[in-house]
Structures are given as C-alpha cells and as structure tokens.
Ligand binder design. Structure first.
Ligand SMILES: *[C@@H]1O[C@H](CO)[C@@H](O)[C@H](O)[C@H]1NC(C)=O
Ligand SMILES: *[C@@H]1O[C@H](CO)[C@@H](O)[C@H](O)[C@H]1NC(C)=O
Ligand SMILES: *[C@@H]1O[C@H](CO)[C@@H](O)[C@H](O)[C@H]1NC(C)=O
Length: 388
C-alpha cells in the first residue's frame, strides 16, 4: 500500500481556528500562490493538500485556482469540510462533484477521499445521505472524517457502530490534551484497529507545535517541546498509518516566524514513512527552537532551547545560552537535546555540532531570549538551523 503525506491548507480564514497557529489563509490567494505552496510542498515529498473549507463562499473560487495549479504540477487535493460551520448538504455535494473528474482529485481505491474537521453532531443520517446522493450521480466517495470528540481509545468501537457510513478515520489529535506529558499512540492504535476492517484509510496527524492565541476565542499552548520528533517517530515506527496529515501550515510558514528548519525534519521523516526506512543523512544539520495574560498550560513548555540534530555520523552537540552549556552525543540520524535558560538571560542561543575534535558547524540564534518584563507572551517557537 502506498504511503501518502498530506498537508493541511486552509481555504478560509476561520477554518484556521482549528489549527495551531494563525497562518495565512487563502482568501487573497491567486493561482501563483497555490503554485508556490505546491512546489514547496512537493520538494519535501508532500503528495497533496487537504483543503479545509468552512463555507460555500469565496472558497469555491479558490478551489478552482487550487485545482488549476495542482493539475499543472501533478499534485493531489482532498476536501476536509469544517463541520463546525453550518453546511447545506447540497453545497457539499456540489463541491465534491464539481472537480470529481480532475486528475488532481485524490482517490482512495478509485473513490474520492473526503474528510472533515468534526461533523459527528450532524448525525449518521446526514453522512449516509451525503454519500448516497453523490453515488446517485455516479460519484463514489470514501469518507474518513475527523470526528474530534472521538479521542478516548475506549470510544473507538462505538465510533464504527454509531456511524456505519464512515469508511475510515482521521485522528485529529496530534498533541497532548492539556497535560504536562508526551502524547502516546493509544488513540491512534485504537482507532486504527477500529477501522481496519473498513475500506478506507487510517489518517494520523503529526504536528510540530500547538499554540493558539485568538484573543478570547482561545489562548493556550500544549506541551510540544519534542513533539515534532517523537510524533514522527510514532508514525514511522509504531502506527504506520495509511496517510500522514501534517496539521497546521507550520512546515511552510507561520506569521513572521521562520519554520523552514522544521521542513527539513518533515522531509526526512516523510521519506522514512514512505520507504519504510530511515534515509541517509548527507549533511549535518542541528536546528534550534526557542519558545517565546499567559496562555493556558503556560507552565508546560520547558524554558529551554532544543536542538534536533540530523547527522550523518556521531557527533557532540554543544548547546549554549547565557551561562549554561550542555553537550550531548548524537548518533547518525535524528537526536534531540536541550539546554535550559539560565535564571536571567538576554542572550541568543548557540548551537554547534562537533565531529572528531573539530567544529563542523556552528551558529547563533537570531532571536534574543528575554525573560524580563514581557508584555506579550508568544509561545510560537523560533526555529533556526545550521547545516554543513
Ligand atoms: C465549479 O467549477 C467552476 C469552474 O470549473 C466554477 O466556476 C464554479 O464556481 C464551481 N462551482 C462549485 C459549486 O464548486
Ligand atoms: C517527553 O519525551 C522526551 C523525549 O522525547 C523527554 O525528554 C521528556 O522528559 C518527556 N516529557 C515529559 C513531560 O514526560
Ligand atoms: C562541552 O564541550 C566543549 C567543547 O569540547 C567544552 O569546552 C565544554 O567544557 C563542555 N561543557 C560541558 C558542560 O561539558
């Protein structure tokens, strides 16, 4: 079975509410913007975009542009309807039907894969009739929704009995649930098993970081210090889902914070996911990430600089910030380490990777870490990288 990776891309500003960071939305997108995003995504092995659609409004025109760009680049698109908005079933049917014969419409076993954000409150009858209406037009779909209230592993069997019309499942949850602990694969494994006898895919989401600051509509951070590395490890080693869904647009960009280094990590794991074995690293590349009224769970992220080393050979990584220095040994492959902030600092972090007694690469972070007198708390991490 082919392994695929999709990146979530908002088709509407409000659809992005469900994602980690306020990322650019497609309201003002032209076809050339789609072309840029697709080209960037393809360069790291992403197969398609999941278009999060909140309403049958301007989004319909953006979809036309997205399809035009995708078709010329051989890229795939799938719809993820944001069901926290009010949808007329006929509008959803028209949207799916409109591009159903496009070569860029992503097919799962010769049927159109359709996903959602939420939608369980619409009830089984709504979903059954959505599918049968499309079928009466000669369009077969595979429905793999992200019914977000299904997170507890013990609810997995009732998901399938309550919604006989679903064909697969998309587990939205790719960060810990308001706890100071790492996410486990318990939810993934339970829901993967629950849909394993159905025809559709198990879609697992992987995200680098979860921080939301929406002035009243939500302001929280979830414990994500090492999430980008261990969640990928869970995907490639433990869960091995049919499709990896990269939540948030973070691997491409977030509001002024450059997350390009995360893209390199994604590229490495996407290759591993698809081929089943860890790719050979050809250059040494440690990257560093620093997290910036306090959001909910503000105490969970460590006050530390993290380094994710992607190395071709064993090396010692030195991380320093202010008066603190930590050395750790990293083997070939991906290893994470961290150095805590000193008590009072106003310094930019240094990361360096040393081979056999000689410094291979070193760098300074371009952002200063300031622990004194913050008036605005930003838990968006700064991500930098250095490579040989
Ligand atoms: C269907 O696609 C055409 C262009 O091919 C577009 O003009 C129209 O708005 C679309 N309608 C819907 C419902 O998606
Ligand atoms: C999460 O896992 C990392 C290793 O990936 C470990 O260093 C860290 O202590 C764990 N965090 C918690 C809160 O258990
Ligand atoms: C880390 O390694 C560097 C380079 O070898 C060395 O100068 C420094 O003393 C070491 N620091 C610690 C805390 O081990």
């Amino acid at each position: 079975m082919q392994k695929l990776t999709f990146l979530s891309l908002a088709c509407a500003a409000l659809a992005q509410v469900t994602n980690a960071q306020i990322a650019p939305n497609s309201y003002s997108y032209a076809e050339s913007d789609w072309t840029n995003d697709i080209t960037t995504a393809q360069s790291i092995g992403i197969d398609g975009f999941a278009l999060n659609i909140a309403a049958n409004d301007y989004e319909v025109d953006r979809i036309v542009d997205a399809y035009a760009a995708a078709e010329s680049l051989g890229f795939k698109l799938l719809y993820s309807f944001d069901m926290t908005y009010t949808w007329q079933q006929s509008d959803m049917v028209n949207i799916v039907a409109n591009h159903s014969s496009s070569p860029s419409t992503f097919l799962w076993k010769d049927t159109i894969l359709v996903s959602t954000y939420s939608g369980e409150s619409y009830g089984e009858d709504f979903w059954a009739s959505f599918k049968s209406t499309l079928q009466s037009q000669g369009i077969d779909i595979t429905l793999a929704p992200a019914f977000t209230t299904y997170r507890d592993p013990s609810d997995a069997t009732s998901l399938v009995s309550t919604f006989p019309s679903i064909d697969g499942f998309f587990n939205w949850w790719s960060w810990p649930a308001d706890v100071d602990a790492n996410l486990t694969t318990a939810t993934d494994l339970a829901y993967q098993a629950a849909v394993s006898s159905l025809s559709g895919p198990y879609i697992m989401s992987v995200s680098p970081w979860q921080f939301k600051n929406l002035d009243g509509a939500g302001d929280w951070v979830e414990y994500s210090d090492t999430l980008w590395n261990y969640r990928w490890q869970q995907a490639v080693n433990d869960v091995k889902p049919d499709i990896v869904y990269l939540g948030t647009q973070a691997p491409l960009y977030v509001d002024g914070f450059v997350h390009a280094a995360w893209r390199d990590v994604a590229q490495y794991y996407i290759s591993w996911f698809k081929t089943g074995s860890a790719p050979t690293i050809t250059k040494d590349e440690p990257s560093i990430a620093v997290p910036g009224s306090l959001p909910r769970n503000a105490a969970y992220p460590e006050d530390a600089v993290f380094a994710l080393a992607m190395l071709k050979d064993t090396a010692t990584i030195t991380l320093a910030i202010g008066s603190n220095t930590v050395n750790f040994t990293a083997g070939a492959g991906v290893t994470m380490g961290s150095v805590p902030f000193p008590q009072r600092i106003h310094k930019s972090p240094i990361s360096q990777s040393a081979g056999t007694g000689t410094t291979v690469v070193d760098t300074h972070g371009s952002m200063y870490v300031n622990q004194n007198g913050c008036t605005y708390y930003n838990f968006n991490p700064f991500v930098g990288s250095v490579s040989e």
